[in-house]
Ligand binder design. Structure first.
Ligand SMILES: C[S@@+](CC[C@H](N)C(=O)[O-])C[C@H]1O[C@@H](n2cnc3c(N)ncnc32)[C@H](O)[C@@H]1O
Length: 191
């Protein structure tokens, strides 16, 4: 059985402001006409909905492992079909991420790295957290942004993986925006 996340996460800005900070960062940098990959849509779908409202020509692909959150996405695009021009939320487990099924990303959020890997994913050869990070970096264009969240439950475990990605030359530190450590994809090829 796929490892699902059996919940429907509402916007809890006191607890988890990362999605708000992400859309603020996109506006602050005036990011436009870009492909944005977002790990963890939430049932609120803030990142996708804001992308449409901002009108900057960005598109968002987000992943959810919660059937309830995917249902919320279906309701959103049934009620507002114009949203579907800007935003797709797909249901899967990030630990099965396969870049050949995806476009190249300009901006990639990795907010929930190291939060959701369990033994259950071994039964279908789920990737490790390092492998997820490596694959998401590989899918991000040279010079694109790879964005983390330092308030995540998985951040302590993620830090050594981020350091490893830097040491291997996959990404380099760019800046900090509120709770979001921002890295830049290098030109190094990832096999
Ligand atoms: C705590 S919620 C945070 C949602 C949103 N990023 C926010 O901060 O409001 C965690 C998100 O990660 C997603 N998630 C959990 N496990 C996942 C997995 N294995 N693969 C992909 N997404 C997963 C959930 O569906 C949910 O959208």
């Amino acid at each position: 059985m796929l490892n699902i996340w059996d919940a429907n996460w509402g916007l809890e800005l006191g607890l988890c402001p990362c999605d708000l900070h992400f859309v603020e960062m996109i506006a602050d940098r005036n990011i436009a006409n870009s492909v944005i990959y977002h790990f963890g849509s939430g049932g609120h779908h803030l990142v996708g909905v804001d992308c449409m409202k901002a009108g900057k020509g960005n598109v968002v692909i987000s992943i959810t492992a919660a059937p309830q959150e995917e249902k919320e996405y279906e309701k959103l695009i049934i009620d507002q079909p114009q949203l579907a021009h800007h935003y797709i939320c797909y249901f899967s487990d990030i630990y099965t991420f396969e870049g050949r099924l995806m476009p190249v990303f300009d901006v990639t959020s990795v907010f929930h790295l190291c939060e959701f890997r369990s033994d259950q994913q071994d039964s279908y050869a789920g990737h490790t957290d390092w492998e997820v990070l490596r694959r998401l970096c590989k899918q991000t264009r040279n010079g694109g942004l790879v964005v983390f969240y330092n308030g995540s439950d998985g951040w302590k475990k993620s830090e050594p993986l981020v350091a490893k990605a830097v040491a291997e030359g996959l990404i380099e530190a760019d800046s900090m925006f509120k709770t979001l450590p921002i890295y830049r994809r290098t030109a190094k090829a990832i096999g």
